[in-house]
Design a protein around this ligand. Structure first.
Ligand SMILES: [Zn+2]
Length: 471
């Protein structure tokens, strides 16, 4: 029997692999083309004009955020609402990849895919040019509250950043705002060149991942409570600085010694050394396993929106870097939506509900409450709940957060350069039954979470109290 030479065999395998790949992609394209063209950032979605007769976008209270009147797309009459809702609703272009009017455009406009290109079934000829045609397409009702959107835009002001608030019992996203923003009715002519608008197409609440700083101590605490026996009762003496890798030192803020600390006190005082030592004691494998359980090295997907990945990678980290990873530094990155889900998990006995923002499509309910994978067990969730409650009361002041709500929280000030410039975070949840919101707020280069992120979050929390508690 003649043996096939190893070289010709290799060529045979490669040729087969090529055709198998080609067949796979062809089949994939034919069967999934409609989804593929509707993918965020796809350039195959038709340009503006296709929204001319699209359906309405309505907030949770019936406020019309976008509609088509007489063949023209118009947005809410209040410019602040328009700007606040830009990244949720989108504009006439498809530049905002995660916006409703980008992701669901073909459905909203009743555009269809015929196998080779998109064409608009659009408006029947007989109806064209009629002034009273307001919405021929499909209407989308959102869970978003435009009043909270407006409050969040005010709170972010000239800062770049994002706010994400959702109901940790139902999953409804009530507020998702990103800055810089712009008015979709008057898109700035210099949007592509003016640095003030750089990144304006990005919904930072889902598409940006930042170093989480001390908010990550909740992840390290979860791992430590489960893996280091007796840690809760043990006391650590913080000296302000501590040598980790023979020569390098981890330090607490201002190198200030916290003295004797239980875990609860270490979280409230945001003692870096405590959690750095925990991370080092736990090691790479266990830290990675717990981080991944809490959404890292993965994304969040809801209503066709696919978030950026949150990242915890200590593969090549030294002991010193592993230690720093336990306090949310090193190369760790997290999206605001993932951080809000962590607080939701703590508020909800360990398992967060999946967020969503489309309530109904042409009156038919689109979503129902669904649980995500558990992030921690109930016992640990309850301990972290109590610790965040204590942290909010002792370190920030409950009244400083919001006098009308019982807010549990954790700040994060994540250094992003050697000169001490830092992003400012706040994450937390409200204990109040009338206002069960979990949230994450980031102010880029805000430097101080206490001075910048808390007041920003607080502005929205007061509005939420006014709406959900007193109305
Ligand atoms: Zn300390």
């Amino acid at each position: 029997m003649r043996k096939i030479g190893s070289r010709s065999f290799l060529i045979f395998i490669l040729t087969m692999a090529f055709f198998a790949g080609l067949a796979y992609h062809t089949v994939n394209l034919v069967f999934h083309a409609a989804e593929w063209v509707a993918e965020p950032m796809s350039t195959f979605v038709p340009e503006s004009g296709s929204l001319d007769y699209a359906g309405k976008v309505i907030d949770r209270n019936g406020v019309v955020l976008a509609q088509s009147v007489g063949g023209k797309r118009i947005y809410n009459e209040d410019e602040d609402v328009r700007r606040a809702c830009l990244h949720v609703v989108g504009d006439d272009s498809v530049n905002i990849g995660t916006a409703l009017q980008t992701v669901w455009r073909s459905q909203m406009t009743k555009y269809e895919f015929n196998g080779s290109f998109i064409f608009g079934t659009g408006l029947p000829e007989a109806l064209k040019n009629k002034e009273d045609i307001t919405s021929y397409g499909v209407d989308y009702t959102l869970t978003i509250d435009s009043r909270l959107q407006k409050a969040a835009l005010e709170a972010l002001g000239v800062n770049r950043g994002a706010m994400f608030f959702y109901n940790y019992q139902t999953g409804e996203i009530v507020c998702m705002v990103s800055t810089p923003s712009y008015d979709p009715m008057n898109v700035p002519e210099d949007i592509e060149t003016n640095p003030d608008y750089s990144g304006a197409y990005i919904n930072r609440a889902v598409s940006s991942a930042y170093p989480p700083g001390s908010t990550f101590k909740l992840v390290t605490a979860n791992a430590s409570l489960n893996e280091i026996s007796g840690i809760e009762k043990s006391v650590f003496d913080c000296q302000g600085t501590e040598e980790i890798d023979g020569e390098k030192t981890v330090s607490c803020f201002g190198k200030k010694a916290h003295g004797k600390q239980t875990m609860k006190e270490a979280l409230a005082n945001s003692c870096n050394i405590y959690f750095a030592k925990c991370a080092k004691a736990l090691g790479k494998e266990r830290m990675t396993a717990y981080a991944e359980k809490m959404g890292f090295n993965s994304n969040v997907e809801f209503d066709g929106v696919i978030s950026a990945d949150s990242v915890y990678d200590v593969t090549d980290a030294s002991d010193y870097e592993l230690a720093w990873s336990g306090v949310g530094q090193h190369t760790i990155l997290e999206t605001p939506v993932n951080m809000a889900m962590r607080s939701a998990a703590i508020a909800n006995g360990g398992t967060p509900v999946m967020p969503y923002y489309i309530e109904s499509v042409d009156g038919a309910a689109k979503n129902k409450t669904t649980l995500a994978s558990p992030m921690m067990n109930r016992e640990t969730a309850d301990k972290l709940y109590e610790m965040m409650d204590y942290t909010a009361a002792v370190s920030y002041g409950k009244d400083y957060l919001c006098s009308y709500l019982d807010v549990c929280a954790k700040t994060g000030t994540a250094e992003v350069s050697d000169d001490g410039t830092a992003h400012a975070w706040l994450t937390g949840f409200c204990k109040d039954a009338e206002c069960p919101l979990a949230f994450a707020v980031i102010i880029e280069y805000g430097n101080s979470a206490q001075a910048v992120a808390i007041p920003a979050a607080s502005h929205v929390l007061y509005k939420a109290a006014e709406i959900y508690k007193f109305q």
